[in-house]
Design a protein around this ligand. Structure first.
Ligand code: ASP
Ligand code: MG
Length: 485
């Protein structure tokens, strides 16, 4: 067993101490006073043995509400915007009044919360007056979910005798580019600022409680990382301070061999590589922010996906190179339900360079995200999978611009599912594809389209949505995923 491996197994089974752990908690972990106190207790007990740096999402539902507010502002619907803001204010004030038992600490929490909420109200007022939402003002507004949630946790920790301060991503020193809504960290600057800030707090024995999702550009404007961005915050922090591990705490035990709603005996996956985890994240096995693993790769910091409500379970660990005995050909079968298939055909597409480029640039211009593509070698047809919601937009754009020119016919099939098998053990192994399609064929499931990336890390194919469950079950059985690893 490698040394790193030994170390993270030992955290679970014996008393290794002194690890630097970045723990990221999702919104459900703090969705009630009881949950907040439980989480604070968990942090407190872990912090007796380890150096814990917790990162938090907004309370569940709050970011959604803030985004709804931006839409109401655009629609000049002040009433709806204000009523949602009232809801957010009420939740945070009510919770503030109950989190801390010590009256003095409670008062401090309430007053910190009040002052942050005043700023939120002022911002909302300004945005409503102008009736305009820019990418910059939108990020400022939607970053409030995390800014508010960390107050609750930090003061609850204080109440339990742990010295802690709430910090936003900006406060802790995360510096990003200015791509509002999908910012990327400027890692060198960030590393410097974050390590300095956390070190100086640590010398004073103060625990930073960090709000995820947001940072600030070089001019101090608040930026956000995109939905689910608190995962990314956690890994950015971990890489900045060379943490020993990152734990993503949520309400599931870890990555599963498939959706347990489809297959009853789906199993927890114990160990996957960064690349496998990225593929699984893209296919929605567990919503990890798509860039969240990047900061960990060069430093080889392991990431663990764990359940706040079930700490007995050690979760799934994501490492640079998983132990050989956990390597299986296929590790999981995931499905993306309810997508749409567009078949574009035409004789004049054959041997005409630039056809694919034209088609995809038209789709890109109309804001359609293409999820999967395949082209027949005869070049007379291209199949494209898009989200069901994008279907009308995509077909309209193609017909308006290309029908009668380079394409003759656009066929659509609504309600298809993408099924993907993921596992780096597939690479270079002959016969995986035949096993897959034989298993599916035995169930009478018709395969509509197939794609495999040259990385051979996944095979994906498309079936009618009504065939999805049968196909997933057949593959889960065929690759004996219920046996676990
Ligand atoms: N609160 C943000 C969101 O809901 C970020 C996160 O939860 O990770 O997308
Ligand atoms: Mg969230």
């Amino acid at each position: 067993m490698r040394q790193g491996q030994q170390k993270h197994l030992r955290i679970l089974y014996s008393g290794i101490t002194g690890l630097k752990l970045v723990l990221k908690f999702g919104g459900t972990s703090i969705a009630s006073v009881t949950n907040i106190r439980n989480v604070a207790n968990l942090i407190k007990s872990l912090s007796k043995e380890h150096k814990v740096i917790p990162v938090f999402s907004a309370i569940s539902g709050v970011t959604d509400d803030l985004i709804r507010i931006t839409n109401h502002i655009k629609d000049r619907n002040g009433e709806a915007a204000n009523s949602l803001a009232k809801k957010i204010i009420k939740v945070h004030m009510d919770t503030s009044n109950q989190c801390a038992k010590n009256p003095k600490i409670r008062k401090e929490l309430v007053s910190k919360m009040r002052s942050d909420l005043d700023e939120l109200e002022e911002l909302l007022h300004g945005m409503l007056l102008i009736g305009e939402v820019t990418p910059r003002s939108s990020d400022y507004l939607i970053s409030f979910g995390e800014r508010l949630s960390v107050n609750l946790v930090a003061f609850t920790l204080n109440d339990m005798g742990v010295k802690a301060v709430p910090l936003t991503g900006k406060d802790v020193g995360i510096v990003t580019d200015a791509s509002f809504g999908e910012a990327k960290p400027l890692m060198d600057t960030t590393r410097l600022h974050v390590s300095h800030k956390i070190e100086s707090l640590s010398q004073k024995k103060i625990m930073p409680v960090i709000g995820g999702f947001a940072g600030a550009d070089q001019h101090g404007n608040i930026t956000t990382f995109g939905r689910g961005g608190s995962d990314y915050t956690a890994t950015i922090i971990a890489s900045s301070i060379k943490a020993d591990e990152v734990w993503l705490m949520s309400d599931v035990d870890g990555l599963m061999t498939t959706d347990p709603k489809i297959v009853k005996n789906a199993k927890l996956i114990k160990e996957v590589s960064y690349i496998e985890a990225m593929e699984m994240a893209l296919f929605g096995a567990k919503q990890i922010h798509p860039r969240a693993l990047e900061p960990l790769v060069t430093k080889k910091i392991p990431l663990r996906i764990r359940n706040t409500f079930n700490m007995k379970n050690s979760g799934t660990i994501v490492t640079a190179d998983p132990q050989p005995d956990t390597q299986k050909t296929v590790k999981c079968v995931s499905a993306i339900r309810h997508t749409g298939l567009i078949d574009v055909r035409g004789g004049s597409m054959v041997g005409a360079p630039g056809t694919a480029a034209t088609i995809f640039s038209i789709l890109a211009k109309s804001g359609v995200n293409v999820m999967m593509i395949s082209q027949s070698p005869s070049e007379s047809s291209i199949s494209i999978i898009v989200k069901k919601n994008d279907m009308d937009k995509a077909v309209n754009a193609l017909e308006m611009n290309l029908l009668g020119k380079i394409i003759k016919k656009v066929d659509v099939t609504v309600d298809v599912s993408i099924i993907a098998l993921i596992g780096s053990g597939m690479r270079g192994i002959a016969g995986v594809a035949s096993k897959v399609f034989t298993a599916v064929g035995r169930k009478g499931v018709n395969v509509i389209m197939i794609a495999q990336g040259s990385s051979e890390l996944n095979i994906a194919f498309v079936v009618k949505d009504s065939d999805c469950n049968a196909a997933v079950q057949a593959l889960h059985d065929e690759f004996e995923l219920a046996k676990g690893n």
